[in-house]
Write a protein that binds this ligand. Structure first.
Ligand SMILES: C[S@@+](CC[C@H](N)C(=O)[O-])C[C@H]1O[C@@H](n2cnc3c(N)ncnc32)[C@H](O)[C@@H]1O
Length: 298
């Protein structure tokens, strides 16, 4: 039997699957010779996490974090109750496919699940199943909430979306046994660093224009002051001799006079790499863009 390699179980804005090769090229060389700790403070759908777990079986410990508690609870459910989760999701998948034979019923089914999700009174496994169901069936796999933390993305137009990918969920559950899952601000992850630690930061990107605000994952906005606070955290890690890579948008690629990141990270190594954004409501904007990968490699 071929082994299933765990991969992201969600669609997530800024998913990094397409940038793994470029990230791999910039990994610090020495760190992987001995046991090391991997910390991903903005985990999202975890594309880099799953790749790291596969690539480095000797990874001593991995710590992931995200400020979105509904998301981190989902990781916890997969780690601790994958069978329960699969039972619920496969039932819902069957029901959704049946309902999909009639457009009105399909819509009713989706919006009933969205209402149930927003009540937030289900047990943790059911709440996580709702999160995955909505992610697979909503418009473009977006996660957007209003000020009251209510998920408000409309139904997507997928015919038969794969809601329950049983094999992958089992593979994810298996690798998550080696992972500690935290929920909070990225800065709290420093408490988990050991002598030989590598951080990968994938914060909400600085928007390239006022309208491309795909940084509204959580209730609180990640504005320029937040970008500056993050840079200060990176300086702190550098002073403590921890190694890191950070990705962000290349605002200078869009506007040559915009030196925001070039100035902010002037003391570090800034690499411009080609990347393709997969989540964009406008297909014309899914073209090539450069993005930044910043490292503190000595
Ligand atoms: C660009 S996404 C990460 C994408 C991820 N690398 C992937 O492959 O899917 C940014 C993540 O940062 C989280 N976030 C926003 N503010 C945060 C904060 N202050 N601390 C920790 N996580 C935060 C968001 O909830 C979101 O999941």
């Amino acid at each position: 039997m071929t082994k299933i390699v765990a991969k992201p179980f969600l669609k997530w804005a800024g998913g990094k699957t397409q940038m793994i090769e470029q990230i791999e090229n910039l990994l610090p060389e020495n760190i992987f010779e001995k046991n090391f700790t991997y910390i991903e403070p903005f985990v999202g759908s975890g594309a880099v996490l799953f790749w790291m777990l596969e690539k480095f079986p000797n990874l001593q410990s991995a710590i992931i974090n995200d400020i979105n508690q509904d998301l981190t609870n989902c990781y916890i459910s997969i780690k601790e109750d994958v069978d329960g989760l699969i039972t619920i999701l496969s039932d819902w998948q069957n029901e959704y496919y049946l309902a999909s034979e009639n457009e009105v019923e399909k819509k009713e089914y989706y919006y009933a699940k969205r209402t149930q999700y927003n009540l937030r009174n289900s047990n943790q496994t059911t709440q996580s199943a709702l999160f995955i169901f909505l992610n697979r069936t909503c418009f473009n796999g977006l996660y957007r909430v209003n000020r009251k933390n209510e998920f408000n993305v409309p139904i997507g137009s997928y015919k038969k979306p794969l809601i329950c990918n049983k094999e992958n969920l089992i593979a994810v559950s298996e690798v998550l046994q080696r992972v500690e899952i935290l929920n909070g601000d990225y800065s709290d992850t420093l408490n988990f660093a050991s002598d030989n630690t590598f951080f990968y930061f994938d914060p909400p990107y600085k928007p390239l224009s006022e309208t491309s605000s795909f940084n509204s994952y959580a209730k609180d906005e990640f504005n320029d002051l937040e970008q500056i606070r993050l840079k200060e955290f990176c300086v702190k890690l550098d002073n403590l001799n921890h190694q890191w890579i950070l990705s962000n948008s290349d605002v200078k690629g869009k506007n040559p006079n915009d030196n925001f990141f070039d100035d902010l990270y002037a003391d570090f190594n800034i690499h411009r790499v080609n990347a393709r954004r997969s989540i964009n409501a406008n297909p014309n904007k899914r073209g090539k863009l450069t993005e930044l990968l910043i490292t503190n490699n000595k």
